[in-house]
Design a protein around this ligand. Structure first.
Ligand SMILES: Cc1cc2nc3c(=O)[nH]c(=O)nc-3n(C[C@H](O)[C@H](O)[C@H](O)COP(=O)(O)OP(=O)(O)OC[C@H]3O[C@@H](n4cnc5c(N)ncnc54)[C@H](O)[C@@H]3O)c2cc1C
Length: 378
């Protein structure tokens, strides 16, 4: 029987050493098992936080099986795209125990070692079983050909990819992409369309300042290239399985992508709801998908688009301000399902303004494009 309190206490002590912990862990792992190095990106800078965050989450939920097991199962499935094999788990386990022993010094007792060994054994077993189960149903990643690449603004492109095998996802979920020039750097991007007959998927990608993957997707990618796509993630932004309500969508920048996919999903099986999309960008030129949205609104009289800019002139059709402010000035939205997606600041401001206006929290579905849409083995 694992002593959860002892485990949490010891992790608290070790985590106090900050960056030194992942540094020691990865040095030990790569020294003792050099074959594991190629699962990780060339630059390990961002990697260090991931290990500490994942371990912290596991330890804090160690006595809460209902939360921990689905988290570990997802982690196991996600790790398939890094070519993690059952044989790698003991290597990681031994580096982890060596790290704990190093930082705990005299506090590393045989009982504590036994606790950690048992806890890690369970973690590895749940992760590898989930990975093996998912391997029976779907590939670890999908190869996809870029069939269109349209540069809409200086820092934004819309890509259309055709996976070689069918890739099932639900509008509102995100997928991870690996670019051939950025090996093992997987980043999350949200499909901007509901699943199509021909299986193609659109992505709206904005280049992050000094980012690694988004500039490669915007600037270095062209039709005919092959990208790798990881399995779908997240359900927080998906249409809820409740009786249909009218929908308010608040999008900032490329936060538009999953909301557009949801609007297409509603159109495919229309159930009578009205959908109001308030989409904000910085300048007029950043409203990169307005013609397509207006075309969609022209074909569906239940879909209403209200574009806005933070900077620049108000016009007859484009408001000045932010989406939530404009939406709340126009209506009350208390009976709606609300979907909010965009940069963290925009999502936080929107959610708090909606709550303040009395929209029940259970009706608010959100996703942040937080610039840490980075995916690497923990
Ligand atoms: C659920 C989800 C869905 C998403 N969907 C989309 C989408 O549809 N479209 C889209 O454009 N984006 C989306 N994103 C964001 C996307 O995943 C990437 O985070 C984004 O493209 C940046 O990736 P990058 O590799 O270019 O930048 P990164 O290399 O990850 O860098 C991100 C930022 O951090 C800074 N940085 C990196 N390393 C360091 C360091 N060591 N110290 C200090 N600063 C550093 C960089 O300068 C950069 O500004 C989504 C994110 C999430 C979480």
């Amino acid at each position: 029987m694992v002593d959860a309190a002892r485990l949490k206490w010891s992790w608290g002590e070790v985590a106090g050493y900050g960056d030194q912990v992942p540094l020691f862990f990865y040095s030990t792992l790569f020294l003792e098992h050099p074959e594991t190095r190629e699962m990780f990106p060339i630059s390990m800078a961002a990697q260090r936080d991931r290990l500490v965050t994942a371990l912290g989450r596991i330890v804090s939920d160690v006595d809460n099986v209902d939360e921990l097991v689905p988290f570990l199962q997802q982690l196991g499935r996600d790790h398939r795209k890094f070519a993690v094999l059952d044989g790698h788990y003991p290597a990681v386990g031994s580096a982890l125990l060596a790290t704990l022993e190093h930082f705990l010094g005299g506090d590393w007792t045989p009982d504590l070692a036994a606790d950690w060994e048992a806890a890690y054994g369970i973690v590895a077993q749940v992760m590898s079983e989930a990975a093996n189960d998912s391997a029976k149903e779907s590939p670890a990643w999908w190869e996809a050909e870029v069939v269109a690449h349209e540069r809409r603004t200086i820092d934004l492109a819309v890509l259309r990819v055709a996976p070689h095998e069918r890739l099932a996802y639900v509008p509102g979920q995100s997928l991870t992409i690996e670019h051939p020039n950025r090996p093992r750097m997987w980043r999350q991007y949200s499909p901007a369309n509901a699943p199509r007959e021909d299986g193609t998927i659109d992505f709206h990608v904005r280049m992050a300042d000094a980012g690694q993957v988004s500039p490669a997707l915007v600037e270095l990618t062209q039709p005919g290239d092959t990208l790798c796509i990881g399995p779908p993630m997240g359900t927080g932004l998906c249409l809820p399985d409740t009786p249909p309500r009218h929908v308010l969508m608040l999008a900032g920048g490329t936060g538009l992508a999953p909301l557009k996919a949801i609007a297409e999903q509603i159109a495919a099986d229309y159930d009578g709801r009205q959908v109001y999309l308030y989409w904000g960008a910085r300048h007029h030129r950043d409203l990169y998908d307005l013609p397509a949205l207006r075309d969609f609104a022209g074909r569906h009289d239940w879909f209403h688009i209200v574009p806005s800019v933070a900077e620049g002139e108000q016009t007859q059709t484009v408001h000045k301000g932010n989406p939530v402010g404009i939406a709340l000035r126009q209506a009350r939205w208390l009976e709606c399902d609300v979907f909010v997606c965009g940069p963290p600041g925009m999502v936080a401001t929107s959610v708090s303004a909606l709550a303040h206006a009395g929209v029940p929290e259970r009706q608010i579905h959100r996703e942040e494009f937080n610039g840490t849409g980075e995916e690497a083995p923990a």
